[in-house]
Design a protein around this ligand. Structure first.
Ligand code: SF4
Ligand code: SF4
Length: 326
């Protein structure tokens, strides 16, 4: 049963550029411009009209965009919930300006060891994450640690939890790795790994969306009965100011936005693609977290109920549950 029929999330790609080169990601290889402040200003009005509640400013590395603080401010002033994930290389530089503008601020960290983390990210960012945690805390921010879980680093969760997140009073978000296109993630999670993850998900100050685990056990999205609602639950905007359908990863079609996002989203060609969400051949087995999370939030099925407790716990810990009213 569909609970919310409008899009709830905007994945706003501010640039595909990145100052890291993670082995499990290919986005940094793409040439890319940066979004403009004028386009953001216009699109936010249309996103509001569409009913979107959350703006995820993403990339690439979103903090490479020098006007990021201003864009976040615009989104906050318009009443959106804002979220941003960073590798932390530029956080110390912009922390003061970003203060109070990001509701869900995530620092990526995949290992308690400097050498291992820097190797997986292709650049020395471990020390920046550690420094960013201290700076954010001093500024009264409540960042989370986003840990992407592979078969090869699952045993490292314990130390990140005990040595980094617990002592700093942070939430540890476990993000099971997903495969897409031809990117080799080198660490598909086995049923045994998923069992371990589920145990971690029960610990205090650990966030794990149990629906992500179940989806993997069920073999991901199935095109004959799709759980994916990427097209109808999210709006994806590219750095070229194009509307991408049905999701960034599949990116079947792009439509130039000319200060007409609301009308464009409701146009026949876009809605034709929305109707095919999760039904393309490449959608079989998909478990891309960024689109499954909003998909689970808008449709009442077993994944909805599995996702609900972790969402409630997270917002209780963070004191943000009031913002959840959709
Ligand atoms: S930091 Fe993020 S965007 Fe950059 S290469 Fe790594 S995963 Fe990709
Ligand atoms: S199933 Fe995956 S690839 Fe297909 S539209 Fe949804 S998120 Fe994109």
């Amino acid at each position: 049963m569909r609970l919310i029929s409008r899009p709830v999330l905007c994945n706003y790609y501010v640039t595909y550029r990145c100052n890291a080169s993670c082995a499990f990601c290919d986005i940094w290889e793409r040439p890319s411009p940066y979004i403009t402040l004028d386009n953001v200003r216009q699109n936010l009005i249309h996103l509001k009209k569409l009913g979107v509640k959350v703006i995820d400013f993403t990339g690439g590395e979103p903090l490479l965009h020098r006007q990021m603080p201003e864009m976040l401010r615009l989104a906050k002033e318009a009443g959106f919930i804002t979220t941003l994930t960073t590798n932390a290389l530029l956080y110390p530089k912009y922390a003061e300006q970003l203060r109070g503008q990001i509701d869900m601020l995530h620092f990526s960290l995949d290992s308690p060891d400097k050498e291992a983390h820097d190797k997986s990210r292709g650049v020395a960012c471990f020390d920046f994450v550690m420094r960013s945690i201290q700076i954010a805390k001093e500024l009264g921010e409540k960042p989370d640690i986003l840990f992407t879980v592979f078969a090869e680093n699952i045993a490292q969760i314990e130390r990140v939890y005990r040595e980094i997140t617990l002592p700093n009073g942070l939430v540890l978000m476990l993000n099971p790795v997903f495969e897409y296109n031809t990117v080799a993630t080198n660490g598909n999670l086995s049923p045994e790994d998923l069992k371990i993850l589920r145990k971690w998900g029960k610990k205090k100050y650990v966030y794990l969306n149990d629906a992500f685990v179940q989806l993997r056990l069920d073999g991901g999205n199935h095109i004959d009965k799709p759980v994916c609602k990427a097209g109808s639950a999210t709006v994806v905007i590219s750095p070229e100011n194009k509307l991408i359908l049905p999701c960034y990863h599949l990116g079947l079609e792009e439509f130039q936005i000319e200060n007409n996002l609301y009308e464009l989203y409701h146009s026949a060609p876009v809605q034709r693609l929305v109707a095919l969400e999760g039904k393309h051949a490449k959608c079989e087995g998909c478990a891309i977290n960024c689109y499954m999370q909003p998909s689970f939030a808008v449709n009442v099925n077993k994944y909805f109920w599995l996702a609900l407790p972790s969402t409630m716990r997270y917002n209780y810990w963070k004191g943000t549950w009031r913002k959840l009213k959709w």
